[in-house]
Design a protein around this ligand. Structure first.
Ligand code: NDP
Length: 450
């Protein structure tokens, strides 16, 4: 008899959910985490990042309040107070994750696990055997292999930085780059955003990308499109980022936000016969099974859709399938996502460009307006909302928004879209007035592309 029915490697969002639910179904579960319970999201990702975005937003909110009659004196921002408050909340969440597992009856190991053979793991020097094994080890940030790269920071470093940089060059224009550019600029740093595309956020809807670039400039961020850094140097107190167009940016921090790679090194996957791809990712289908039938992988280590709620949904579905007599797979078709830029972006379904390529006919409904709040603040900030409709079936297949509260609004729209709502369903829904969200149910004029 094996020591465990299920052993989960990795105590991040996906691994913890899988272990907890499987243990709740009565399986004998072990779970190992070498770094921190809650993984990237809780410790060096979504949660502390969102606190930082909120901190950055308060500065502008204090300014905006003047438009409503407030006279607020801003005395500057205390970075160390923010980091301390964030640390307190993160350690509270660490404890919750541990306790959730213990209360569910899982055995937890604060240790690194690696394969000895297909059913045996070395967990912190101890051998354990398991009928089934789940790899949920997540990913890590990767910088650029350019001269002087060792002088640059990655996202993990920001969360423990002793000081806020006063001048920063953010490299990349994906989720992390755009989010942290907003944080730095909002907290008062001179912020450069250096990216190789003509517009930020490759892969997102073009109208959103254009509107985002405008919003970034309005927030004081200096954009360097179509460029990449070729070298980083450190000279005394400062750092220099030399760009491909010859510009040299003199800053306090060069921040690589240039993507993440799966954590598979050190797992000794070869001993179990588990295949990995070129980026170290573990290939799985919707059933989350690797090429070894009793070994599974989920979340960022599979490098498909690297989002916390996808990993938790996968962990839950796998545990229910294996031990809960409720087999199911997670659909990655209409996964809503948000970028916590300032203002934020939220989206579900294909972009207009993707829909135009894959569908026979589409209709676009779009609106761009000044949100009510800014009628009084005078802040030049616009909201963009867009619906993509399948012209054949009238189904709404995509919704995109840049503007305040976009993530809060998009979650509900995602339910409607997953449920197959048509444009006529949107049209017969009564709006909530006055709100920005009501615009999504009052869009009547089709946007005609020439
Ligand atoms: P992304 O893949 O989103 O973006 C990487 C950025 O780095 C892109 O702008 C890319 O440019 C650029 N880049 C990559 N290689 C190079 C290179 N050699 N030279 C110049 N530029 C380069 O990665 P992130 O690090 O921002 O985030 C990783 C993932 O984590 C996200 O994709 C997302 O899945 C997840 N995440 C989700 C969040 C959320 O839900 N809010 C928040 C943060 C992360 P190009 O576009 O040209 O390839």
């Amino acid at each position: 008899m094996m020591d465990f029915d299920l052993f989960v490697i990795g105590g991040g969002s996906g691994g913890v959910r899988c272990a907890r639910i499987a243990a709740g179904h009565g399986a004998r579960v072990g779970v190992a985490e070498a770094r921190f319970w809650g993984g990237t999201c809780v410790n060096v990702g979504c949660v502390p990042k969102k606190f930082m975005v909120m901190a950055a937003e308060y500065g502008a909110t204090a300014e905006d309040a003047r438009g409503f009659g407030w006279d607020i004196l801003r005395n500057g921002h205390d970075w160390s107070a923010l980091i301390a408050a964030k640390d307190r909340e993160v350690s509270r969440l660490n404890g919750i994750y541990r306790r959730l597992l213990e209360n569910a009856g899982a055995k937890i190991f604060d240790a690194k696990a690696s394969f000895v053979d297909a059913h045996t793991l070395d967990v912190g020097g101890r051998r354990v055997t398991a009928e089934r094994i789940v790899i949920a080890t997540g990913g890590h940030p990767v910088g650029l292999g350019i001269p002087g790269a060792e002088h640059a920071a990655i996202s993990d470093d920001i969360f423990v930085a002793k000081e806020m940089p006063k001048r920063v060059a953010v490299i990349g224009s994906g989720y992390i780059a755009v989010e942290f550019a907003g944080v730095f600029a909002g907290l008062g740093a001179q912020t450069h955003l250096v990216y190789r595309q003509p517009l930020p956020l490759r892969g997102f809807d073009e109208d959103l990308r254009v509107a985002l670039a405008e919003a970034l400039v309005q927030n004081g961020i200096i954009l360097h499109p179509g460029t990449t850094p070729v070298a980083v140097t450190a000279d005394g107190a400062g750092k220099q980022a030399t760009l491909s167009n010859g510009t040299v940016l003199e800053v306090d921090m060069v921040f690589f936000a240039t993507g993440r790679a799966p954590n598979t090194e050190g797992l000794n996957l070869g001993a179990a016969g588990v295949n990995v791809g070129a980026r170290g990712e573990i290939a799985v289908g919707a059933d989350l099974v690797t090429n070894v039938p009793h070994i599974y992988a989920l979340g960022d280590v599979t490098d498909r859709m690297n989002l916390t709620p996808v990993a938790t949904a996968e962990g839950h579905a796998l545990a229910d399938t294996l031990y809960g007599n409720r087999p199911r797979e997670v659909s990655l078709e209409y996964v809503p996502t948000a970028v916590f830029s300032i203002p934020p972006i939220a989206t579900v379904g294909p972009t207009e460009q993707q829909a135009a390529q894959s569908m026979e006919g589409i209709k676009i409904f779009m609106s761009r307006f000044t949100p009510m709040r800014h009628a009084l603040t005078g802040r030049a900030r616009k909201t963009l909302m867009k619906l993509i409709v399948d012209a054949r079936t009238d189904k709404v297949v995509g919704a995109h928004m840049l503007g305040e509260d976009a993530p809060e609004i998009m979650q509900g729209l995602a339910v409607a879209i997953v449920a197959g709502a048509t444009k006529a369903d949107f049209d017969r829904t009564i709006g909530i007035h006055p709100s920005a969200a009501e615009e999504f149910v009052t869009l009547r004029t089709q946007t005609i592309r020439s």
